[in-house]
Design a protein around this ligand. Sequence first.
Ligand SMILES: C[S@@+](CC[C@H](N)C(=O)[O-])C[C@H]1O[C@@H](n2cnc3c(N)ncnc32)[C@H](O)[C@@H]1O
Length: 266
Amino acid sequence: MSIDECERSGRLIEEAAEQHSFLPDHNSQYLDAKYWDERFQKEEEYEWFKGYKEFSHLLKPHLEASSRILVLGCGNSSLTADLFCDGFQSLTSVDLSPAVIERMRQRAADKGMGAIEWRVADMLDLPFADGSFDAVIEKGTMDVLFVDNDSPWSPRPEVCARVHRMLAETHRVLAKDGVFLSVTFAQPHFRRPFLQAPQYDWGRDVATFGEGFHYFVYGMRKGKRAADDAAAADQGMNGSSDRVTLKESPMHEHMEQDDYLLRMSI
Ligand SMILES: C[S@@+](CC[C@H](N)C(=O)[O-])C[C@H]1O[C@@H](n2cnc3c(N)ncnc32)[C@H](O)[C@@H]1O
């Protein structure tokens, strides 16, 4: 091995050890604001799942340059800055962790993106008026709400209540015709019962990205549900079918657990 290769593999080992040091003792800690805040005081940057360029083509058809966008649970990911650089400049990003919000606000200002608004907020109780946003985007944040679930097939009542609080808040802050975009590893048969609950009048759209291990982008357009249901009925599908055919992946059967946080080797 050359000196360069030695140095590189040494750095990779250090990085892996550093990531490992951020693992909580128990999965339920992912629900704890203190865990995230302590983690973000040490961790500079971490991108859950994949970076923006891997799925931006699935987000952009749902967005306009003028869209008022809310990012939920931004963490220290570059998603918000990437959206800004891509021309979506009316951005508000929230997270439970004051440490990460302060860090992201400073980083954005240093890069000339001072127009982005950063706020400490709980996505289960959003501090925004009804109809404030044209798009709400989350990546891996809704998934956190499932971490203490016993089985993805029959979520516990506390998990269901928590997820519906988040969805109700998202639905509330969305303007008429606004869109909720959810980037996740969770398969439609686990997400559909939540996203398509009768209290939400949004339509649905789902697409996949990723090689081998597939991720999903769900797009729910407010006020579009009746039209989607009618279109599905016309095509002889039942009202709960998805409009885009899902690609089967050899990893699908391994994705049937919602405990991605264990499997993602963070
Ligand atoms: C799995 S990380 C995803 C981070 C980022 N979205 C990404 O794609 O890399 C989950 C993030 O959600 C935040 N979070 C967890 N619960 C939250 C809540 N109730 N409200 C707002 N943010 C929350 C955490 O602080 C963390 O930054």
